[in-house]
Design a protein around this ligand. Structure first.
Ligand SMILES: [Zn+2]
Length: 526
């Protein structure tokens, strides 16, 4: 069906509208949700970014060089460069930002204005051939994600060339063998790569993502919640590493993995050419998982709303080797700067044990007025089995108390005057204390009428905050909402993409996150 909403006012309505049977089938198929989303994607809200894309394309064609930092590195030997790159990393240089801070190229002349463009209408003034349509290119990438494929040039190319319905719904005409160039034809792989690179370098994927989130907040699709939940996740890097040795500030030899030192020029004599040495895959690092498992990858920090299961932001960590506890604070600050309306909602932030640190909790309270709730990190505390109250077998580092008859005591609260945690024996299904029928009762609590009551001094669990202990029902109820972030991560990583990256560099990793986030928030609206 020809949808008149998507034809600009000044655009000629096609006189003949060809109906493709496959397209009709897809439009009516509940399985092919991607088709109707792409078909009905509103374009006017993306017109500003579209205009900026054409301006960026013009700028890109004119310059084709990216700004380098103002250092003369032309004579730097490779070994020196490797060490320089190592000490520039966020895990080595304390002054370096923890999260990726790409500086998009912005010093471009606005030649194309939003009013000049629409789907199928591309600007003329760029010189040379008419450029491919921004809206069609944008749909092609987001569509890949909606179908659960990587939103990367190779996959988009495959979709556009193998699936004519896909090409048409995005706004392209499938190309015949002998057809002359038309800006309406499906672009070749190189053009798709160029589009992706421009969208990345000029910060346009990022802006598209922010626009989707703001739109969903404005439309009330994202509703107010008082809690924010965070976590990090890793993606496998598309690179290899080498293990370097260096001397730390104490004069001790240390080892660290780093991606290879390389030049991305095509010069024959790389050792002597004027281009600076770079990391082959900046941002990649060793991520330590449980059970001493090591992963060479990129790390992202995710923040979202637990009740609705909606990720609000996903950002590349500047160096994947960064500890999880360091990413939360700067990310929350950044999220609030981007979405001030969200800041007004939030009272509490939930995180796993990586953020169980009193100085960090103080920082959240003092700087942001927020309560940081983290799962308990027992650190090196062990289960206690000696000097326990009578009849008790063990007290775990998490404050769980178990008696000699293997019943876990119920936590009842604190007595602040005597500085003690209070526990009581559990009741059975008939609400009768398990002590009543227990063999141990004569030696444990012969006179207790409602079962054994136990008091444990605060000192025995010195690592636990007595005013907010993890054994308390309220604490447990709050932390039940934390794993919601893991479901958000699964949606982004598995349902809308792939956790094995096919491109290098943190900038393209961030672009990947932005594209999957955009797809997520478009889906939310449909
Ligand atoms: Zn070179």
């Amino acid at each position: 069906m020809l949808n008149l909403n998507f034809v600009a006012a000044h655009q000629q309505i096609p006189l003949i509208h060809v109906v493709h049977e496959d397209d009709q089938l897809l439009a009516n198929s509940p399985e092919a949700e991607w088709y109707s989303i792409l078909q009905n994607l509103p374009w006017k809200e993306h017109r500003k970014i579209g205009a900026d894309y054409y301006n960026a394309l013009y700028h890109f064609n004119k310059t084709r060089t990216k700004n380098q930092k103002n250092r003369d590195l032309s004579k730097e030997p490779k070994e020196t460069a490797t060490q320089r790159l190592l000490f520039d990393r966020a895990t080595m240089d304390e002054s370096a930002p923890v999260l990726l801070e790409e500086e998009p190229i912005t010093d471009i002349l606005p030649m194309v204005t939003p009013e000049m463009i629409a789907p199928g209408i591309t600007p003329d003034r760029l010189g040379g051939k008419k450029p491919k349509c921004f809206f069609a290119l944008f749909k092609s990438f987001i569509g890949a994600s909606l179908m659960g494929l990587d939103p990367i040039p190779d996959k988009v190319d495959l979709l556009l060339t193998s699936n004519p319905s896909y090409a048409r719904v995005c706004g392209f005409i499938p190309k015949g063998d002998n057809d002359q160039y038309s800006f309406k034809h499906v672009p070749d792989l190189r053009k798709l790569e160029q589009f992706d690179q421009i969208m990345t370098d000029y910060g346009l994927w990022d802006r598209l993502k922010i626009q989707q989130v703001i739109e969903n907040i404005k439309q009330g699709i994202i509703k107010e919640e008082k809690e924010l939940v965070g976590d990090t996740t890793h993606y496998h890097a598309f690179s290899s590493f080498e293990t370097l040795t260096y001397i730390d500030e104490n004069g001790k030899e240390q080892r660290k993995s780093q991606s290879k030192t390389t030049k991305n020029c095509r010069c024959q004599d790389k050792d002597n050419c004027r281009h600076p040495w770079q990391l082959a895959d900046d941002g990649a690092g060793t991520i330590v998982k449980a059970h001493n498992k090591y992963i060479w990858g990129h790390k992202a920090s995710i923040l979202g709303l637990p009740m609705q299961g909606i990720p609000l932001d996903a950002i590349a960590v500047a160096d994947a080797a960064t500890h999880d506890g360091e990413t939360l604070y700067p990310h929350v600050v950044r999220l609030f700067a981007q979405y001030p309306q969200v800041r007004a909602w939030i009272e509490k932030v939930l995180y796993d044990s990586a953020c169980d640190s009193q100085p960090l909790k103080d920082k959240f309270r003092d700087q942001l007025g927020l309560e940081l709730k983290a799962s308990l990190n027992p650190r090196r505390k062990k289960t206690v089995t000696e000097n326990l109250p009578k009849g008790m077998k063990k007290l775990t580092a998490y404050g769980n108390l178990v008696c000699n008859a293997d019943f876990e005591m119920d936590y009842n609260g604190v007595r602040n005057e005597t500085e003690r945690f209070i526990y009581r024996a559990p009741v059975d299904t008939n609400r009768i204390s398990v002590c009543d029928s227990c063999e141990q009762k004569p030696v444990c609590c012969p006179t207790a009428e409602q079962g054994r009551a136990v008091q444990v001094p605060f000192d025995m669990l010195a690592h636990i905050d007595s005013q907010d202990p993890p054994m308390a029902k309220r604490f447990k109820a709050t932390m039940k909402r934390r794993p919601a972030v893991e479901r958000m991560i699964k949606r982004l990583k598995c349902d809308l993409g792939d956790d094995r990256l096919k491109k290098r560099s943190n900038a393209s990793f961030q672009a990947y996150l932005d594209k999957t986030m955009t797809a997520f928030h478009i889906l939310l609206r449909s």
